[in-house]
Design a protein around this ligand. Sequence first.
Ligand SMILES: [Ca+2]
Ligand SMILES: [Ca+2]
Length: 299
Amino acid sequence: MYFIEKMYHFIDCFLENFTFTVQYYYKLIPKIMKQIVLFYVFVLLTCFSAIQAQNTIWSNNFESLSGISAQDLDGDGFNWFQNSDGTLMGFSPGRYLGSYSLNTSPDNALECPVFSIPAGASDLSFSLRVASSSQTSYAESFAVYIQEDGTGSMFDNEIYQGTLNSGGPGSAQLINGSIPNSFAGKDVKLIVRHFNTTNQLLFMIDDILVESGQALSVGDSSFDQFNFYPNPADNQINFNSAVNISKVQIFNLLGQNVSSFSEGMLSNKTIDVSALQSGAYLLKVEIDNNTQIFRFIKN
Ligand SMILES: [Ca+2]
Ligand SMILES: [Ca+2]
């Protein structure tokens, strides 16, 4: 009997302790949840501050033309000019610069003032606001270059090339691209060239900015400025990309890899597809360890 009593007592104590233990941890749950939430808020804030860890190296809002040089390369008398209030287009209040393409095929280069990139600066990038004043004739083509002051020529180092695909009120967009780290520690200038355009209307720019530091954010994909053309393709495919393309692979619809191009083979941003049979293919593109797959047709 004594033994049975002991057993009951033991079970009773165990259950009481067990209940207590469960209640104890149950009470703890909200506290733990709070700590988990606080932890994730901390992680998010840490990430957010990392995303914000960009340093402005140089900027110009084109309110002043000091140090700016405009080159009318085609000598047609039309060149970059300064105008006021591009807010209708979506620019910040103030002045912007414009270059006409109405009834002309412009070739106008804008040389910005020289600035210094600190030695050791990394993750260099630039951004620029661009717009077309026309809702219908907006196919303005342009490129951005960087030049070490007093070395080489203006168009040696292209860091962006594009054509606007919209225009008119509110259409201003922020474009950005990377600047090679090799320009750290150098005196440089940016050049914006309006060219390869025929009889559109008016190309406008404002707010140019050069930064160092981590530029990545959630919506800032390596593929933001990536596209390829033509599609369907005959003999070659051309790529637009602000940064180097690491790898391109072509797969047929059976999933077989029919062609591969390494970074070295992609330096001119063109691949030869003339050997492919006619049909649909998948294009697997790798940029900065990110991969995207596109579909294209070979004629
Ligand atoms: Ca001109
Ligand atoms: Ca401005």
